[in-house]
Design a protein around this ligand. Structure first.
Ligand code: RRO
Length: 309
């Protein structure tokens, strides 16, 4: 059974790795991912300057397997992650940098800086929902064009986009055209669903503090939306762009569903936050069982093999 895969030509020893977000901010956390069964080390989205993030409480559990959070981009500043990316090479797995600017120029600076780092892939986060007054750039297609023209200027390492969820086929069409026009190598879809509200009726209160309780929703609740986005981009990008599926993957069966929808690999956020590094091993085992059940001998063979009624 072959469960190795690749993203933008970079080999991954398994289908499962962490998503940018939980437990990937400090060097100790990243080293733990290095020692774990995560097939890559995806680093927390970084900005030019270090940030403490939004006031607490800023993360809360929703039901059994979902979360709402408004972390607000807490990170140590990009220079630290350039340093970390070099040190993390000793774990022998791909390192993924994730970057977000407050201006287009900052995005360009960050993307170019990681060209000279230990990172194998550079994920441009176009979808952080949690900064007050800062729109998600992935929802502004005019700005996306400007962003892509800047970050794709200095080739070298593969550039990818972390996308917000889209809910209309026209938006999948427009975004796909941009991705193909600018030769984006991979996409990670989806980020959390931004600006959702969870209320505690007993306390008569919001459950997180920032932005009047608004935050990004992740976990099981968003899986159907994530699957639809993967399917939509897989159809439109016709094998020329690799896809990281992200959103509500809690076990190997969920990972298999993303494979059927066309994902080349999956990233785990909520389940990693809740369960810790053990999630990578049991998801890989569950995925193998599903592949065997359906008589597939590799990831490649099963990719996109969704039946339509
Ligand atoms: O740090 C965050 O608040 C955050 C980020 Br950068 C992101 O991309 N997605 C998210 O749900 N939270």
């Amino acid at each position: 059974m072959i469960t190795s895969t690749e993203i933008a030509g970079i080999p991954l020893s398994s289908y499962i790795c962490n998503a940018s977000g939980p437990k990937c901010t400090t060097y100790e956390e990243l080293a733990e991912l290095g020692r774990s069964k995560s097939s890559a080390i995806v680093m927390k989205t970084c900005t030019i300057l270090p940030r403490e993030g939004n006031p607490e409480p800023r993360l809360a559990r929703v039901g059994k397997n979902s979360l709402i959070q408004s972390m607000g981009l807490p990170n140590l500043g990009y220079e630290k992650y350039i340093e970390f990316s070099k040190k993390l090479k000793k774990y022998g797995k791909p390192v993924v940098a994730s970057v977000a600017g407050f201006t287009l120029d900052e995005y360009a600076t960050l993307a170019h800086a990681f060209q000279k780092s230990g990172a194998d892939l550079i994920e441009i986060n176009a979808s952080c929902p949690n900064i007050k007054g800062k729109p998600q750039i992935g929802y502004d297609f005019g700005q996306m064009r400007n962003l892509l023209s800047l970050v794709c200027e200095h080739g070298g390492k593969p550039i990818g986009l972390k996308l917000p969820p889209y809910f209309d086929p026209v938006h999948w069409d427009i975004m796909s055209e941009l991705i193909l026009e600018y030769n984006i190598s991979f996409i990670s879809c989806i980020n959390s669903i931004g600006n959702t509200l969870v209320i505690d009726p007993w306390k008569r209160s919001t459950v997180i503090k920032p932005k009047k309780g608004l935050g990004g929703l992740s976990g099981t609740t968003i899986k159907p939306i994530a699957l639809a986005n993967v399917q939509a981009f897989y159809e439109r990008l016709i094998g020329s762009v690799s896809i990281f599926g992200v959103g509500g993957i809690m076990n190997g069966i969920d990972a298999f569903e993303f494979l059927l929808a066309g994902a080349d690999a999956v990233q785990i956020g909520t389940a990693f936050e809740i369960e810790g590094t053990s999630c990578f091993g049991y998801m890989e085992a569950g995925l193998r069982t599903m592949l065997e059940y359906h008589d597939f001998s590799s990831i490649k063979e099963a990719k996109g093999k969704l039946n339509y009624l």
